[in-house]
Design a protein around this ligand. Structure first.
Ligand code: GTP
Ligand code: MG
Length: 435
């Protein structure tokens, strides 16, 4: 039942729109490819039978070019996925947010500087998890069975902060990975001076960015300047801001918490709306969230373990500690994490469909139209060739008839001549004999 629910959940997810669109566009390009191959065979036949000369050669060259183009697009489409990249200062909880979204402790997370290079989590078809080091040629593969192993493997890699390790995790374990989402984790933006290389290497093809801020402090200059750079290279990037570790404020004075939340909200929305100008004031409410990644991760993992909806333990009426309020706070933060995920799914699938498929769709349409044009031209040439052949054949028939009649005439004349000569000779012979 739970796996059925997971499949259904996946089908109804906005992310599935991307998966369906990808399937459809791949099918369309399969059809275009078949059509091109068939057209190519046809043109080669025309060329062999020496028909339409130079024009056929020119069309064949065009079809060959389209074939190369379509094979290339087909390859790109097969690999296309939705990419979300996480940035923020060290220890703000980037890796924990990704783990929470995947409901599993996949990426190493901990105090201090933990993630020291770019790590992407990709879906793998089989049951085995492995990591691939793309900086090696050919890329090196190491199997990973547990988080400890992954952390150990990462620790042993002598990589600079811009390098990229790909973690492949079985899609059967995480529905988000099945829906073609690739998560990119990064080291803290405060640990490298080389943000430009990061942006050029890892950000230009990202569909969504998530800035993980520490709500115990606030968004700071390094985080802002990183996103100013991203904004200057990409027009209106899709940015979400997670004010993480919001649980840390749970035990404070409610009035104070309200004020802090308001302050964070004002600062972060001003950053998105006025500084980056990537969303309107109204849209900014759907881009800023107050969450606790750690709580969400713990909750989801315990749900997974028990495979049953968790019931909160009953409230101790005599306790001094306001448990009810505490639990309400926890639930509200989990709900806000889910709200973030829903908005994120809508945004990433819409953005990825537009940026990844729009260009290819118009190229596919242009190629299909051009092919129809080529075929129509061949048809026109064939029919003019056919009428030329008919006229030619008629002319040839008339000449043949004329020659035939001439031949008959000449034959008759020859016959008569031979008859006359024969008669003459016979006369001569008879005369000679009588003499
Ligand atoms: P680097 O990889 O070093 O850049 O850090 P990071 O941003 O990936 O942070 P990471 O996920 O490793 O989290 C750092 C520490 O904060 C870990 O001990 C987490 O358990 C803890 N943490 C993460 N999110 C939360 C949260 O929402 N609340 C609390 N209380 N702790 C959190
Ligand atoms: Mg990390």
């Amino acid at each position: 039942v739970s796996s059925l629910n997971a499949v259904e959940g996946s089908i109804n997810s906005p992310l599935h729109r991307f998966v369906r669109a990808k399937k459809k566009i791949n099918q369309s390009f399969d059809e275009i490819l078949d059509y091109l191959k068939e057209s190519r065979r046809f043109l080669i036949d025309c060329e062999i039978s020496n028909q339409y000369d130079g024009e056929t050669k020119r069309d064949l060259k065009k079809v060959d070019n389209y074939l190369t183009q379509v094979v290339g697009i087909h390859e790109v489409l097969k690999r296309d996925h939705m990419k979300v990249a996480f940035f923020g200062r060290t220890s703000n909880g980037k890796s924990t947010v990704i783990n929470a979204m995947l409901s599993e402790r996949i990426l190493p997370a901990g105090i201090g500087h933990t993630t020291n290079c770019f790590l992407s989590v990709n879906g793998a078809d089989g049951n085995d998890a492995y990591i691939e080091d793309t900086s090696k040629n050919p890329p090196e593969r190491n199997s990973v069975e547990s988080l400890q192993q992954l952390a150990h493997a990462l620790h042993n890699q002598k990589l600079d902060s811009s390098s990229h390790l790909k973690v492949y995790w079985p899609t059967t374990k995480c529905p988000l990975l099945k829906d073609d989402v690739v998560f990119v984790d990064s080291p803290g933006v405060d640990v490298t001076p080389d943000l430009d290389t990061w942006i050029d290497t890892h950000c230009l093809d990202a569909d969504v960015f998530v800035l993980v801020v520490n709500s115990e402090s606030t968004i700071n200059h390094t985080e802002k300047s990183f996103f100013h750079k991203v904004n200057s290279k990409l027009s209106k990037p899709n940015i979400f801001i997670l004010n993480n570790r919001w649980d840390a404020s749970a035990e404070g004075d409610p009035e104070m918490i309200k004020l802090v939340k308001q302050q964070h909200m004002e600062r972060t929305s001003e950053f998105l709306v006025k500084e980056l100008k990537c969303v309107s004031q109204a849209e900014s409410a759907d881009r800023i969230f107050f969450v606790s990644a750690l709580e969400t991760l713990r909750h989801r993992m315990s749900m997974k373990r028990s495979k049953m909806p968790q019931r909160e333990p009953s409230i101790d009426e005599n306790s001094d500690f306001d448990e009810a309020a505490y639990r309400m706070g926890k639930m509200a933060r989990r709900q806000e994490f889910e709200d973030f995920e829903n908005k994120f799914k809508e945004c990433i699938s819409k953005s990825a469909i537009t940026t990844k498929f729009n260009g290819h769709t118009s190229t596919g349409i242009t190629i299909a139209k051009e092919m129809v044009q080529i075929m129509e031209q061949i048809l026109a040439r064939a029919s003019s060739h056919r009428s030329w052949c008919t006229a030619e054949r008629q002319e040839q028939q008339e000449t043949l008839d004329f020659i035939n009649s001439k031949l008959e005439e000449v034959t008759e004349q020859i016959k008569n001549k031979i008859q006359n000569i024969t008669e003459e000779v016979e006369m001569q012979v008879t005369k000679a004999m009588s003499d």
